[in-house]
Design a protein around this ligand. Structure first.
Ligand code: AMP
Length: 420
């Protein structure tokens, strides 16, 4: 299957070729024909499946083919609403790339920065607007944005929108959208409130489901370290020094925690940067660019800040803190092993985090293999801990979920005692 087989127009084919995309991903293969036919779509898919191109390509093509567009002043014809600034920037970059030869003008608006530059871009006329909900409503209230001409509406990462408390903003937005439109709704998970919201947005729709969350968990190699909270910093530097990953994204639960990790790593001569909500947009972008360019190998992030991170060939994700929402674990490890690449994820679990681990393993229907490490001996409250005298090698991979069954060694080699 090629993009040409999907009837993608020539200028877009050239742009995709320039990007090095040779064939469509499964969601693109299924969604593009539905969207080119003008139907509404519910896409159950997460970031990393190629879903941005799945919705951007047909929208660009519709705009490109619209004979009226050239004669009129540019007006916002397509609106993409997404929960975070990083994701918004990423989506705009993609629209700009895929539409490079199709005369498409895009703009992105998000909060946390001054609005002047965004307003000026809007005044010049845009075809596609990518926005986070708060700033969008704000600029609409000030009269800088009109949704009167919107014909294509995309709600991206709907489950994350609800988690982040955007539901009222979305409802307000819906009242301002023209009734006559094509609507696209994307969510990684489909709990009841999301299905309800989708019913308010979509007309008669077709559904495409790609890679349910569990398959990410299957694709990414996972390992678990039971470790005391106080030993986490040293375990992190140990892993970075022994595995020497080309790129590692480290998740902490709090912004303060992220800053503390950066400071610790700098003391042990490991350069790292943090991105989280307390950093300015410029700082975040600078850190992200340095990470993407390989100038910084270690990026520390909180969950919300990490939503839009798209780094191809991210080698390793480390859950420095386990998330208390199990779906977040799947989102996090989905940062590695994107598109067709495979990746690894290592999680630190201290005694207090064990209930979170239980929820995660229930969700992914897997038991994450336990790996040995230099601080394992010190761990208090190690589950099903073997007798104290047992050597470290025999402890490796004990946590395989089948009570009484002898554990098997994990496929890949995590750091071990004496390995550094
Ligand atoms: P997304 O799910 O939209 O965030 O895309 C995940 C990653 O896959 C991004 O880095 C895209 O640039 C990349 N990608 C999307 N479609 C294709 C394709 N057909 N071939 C190769 N890479 C792709």
């Amino acid at each position: 299957m090629t993009f040409k087989d999907l009837d993608v127009a020539a200028p877009i084919l050239s742009a995709l070729e320039k990007k090095g995309y040779t064939s469509p991903t499964p969601i693109q293969e299924q969604a593009i024909p539905i969207l080119l036919a003008g139907k509404d779509l519910m896409g159950c898919a997460q970031t990393g499946t190629g879903k941005t191109a799945a919705f951007a390509i047909p929208i660009i093509q519709h705009l490109h083919n619209d004979p009226k567009r050239r004669k009129q002043k540019r007006a916002i014809k397509a609106l993409v609403v997404t929960p975070t600034r990083e994701l918004a920037i990423q989506i705009q970059e993609n629209f700009t790339e895929y539409g490079a030869f199709a005369d498409i003008r895009t703009a992105v608006v998000f909060g946390g920065v001054k609005q002047n530059a965004q307003v000026n871009t809007l005044k010049n006329g845009v075809d596609v607007l990518i926005a986070t909900p708060g700033r969008l409503l704000d600029l609409m209230n000030q009269g800088f944005i009109s949704l009167r001409d919107v014909t294509y509406f995309v709600l991206d990462e709907a489950d994350q929108m609800l988690d982040m408390g955007f539901v009222n903003d979305i409802k307000k937005l819906l009242t301002k959208l023209p009734k006559q439109r094509q609507s696209l709704f994307f969510s990684a998970t489909m709990p009841a409130p999301i299905v309800k919201l989708s019913n308010e947005i979509l007309g008669h729709y077709e559904r495409v489901t790609i890679q349910p969350q569990q398959t990410t968990a299957e694709r990414v190699e996972q390992g678990l370290f039971f470790v005391n909270k106080s030993d986490k910093p040293e375990l992190l530097s140990h892993i970075i020094n022994t595995r020497k990953p080309a790129s590692v994204l480290v998740f902490t639960r709090t912004k303060h925690g992220a800053d503390k990790v950066v400071k610790y790593l700098s003391r042990v001569n490991i350069t790292a940067a943090a991105i989280h909500g307390n950093k300015s947009q410029n700082q975040r972008q600078a850190a992200l660019s340095a990470f993407k360019d390989g100038k910084i190998k270690v990026l520390i992030a909180t969950d919300i800040a990490a939503r839009g991170i798209d780094v191809s060939e991210l080698e390793l994700v480390i859950n420095y803190d386990l998330p208390n929402v199990p779906e977040t674990y799947v989102h996090r490890i989905g940062r590695t092993g994107r598109a067709s690449a495979s990746g690894a994820s290592l999680s630190f679990c201290d005694a207090e985090e064990k209930p979170y681990l239980k929820d995660i393993e229930k969700l992914i229907k897997q038991t994450v293999p336990v790996l040995d490490h230099p601080f394992a001996e010190a761990f208090e409250d190690r589950p099903s801990a073997p007798a104290k005298k047992q050597n470290s090698r025999s402890r490796q991979g004990v946590h395989n979920g089948n009570k009484g069954e002898k554990s098997k060694k994990p496929k890949w080699r995590g750091p071990r005692r004496g390995s550094s």
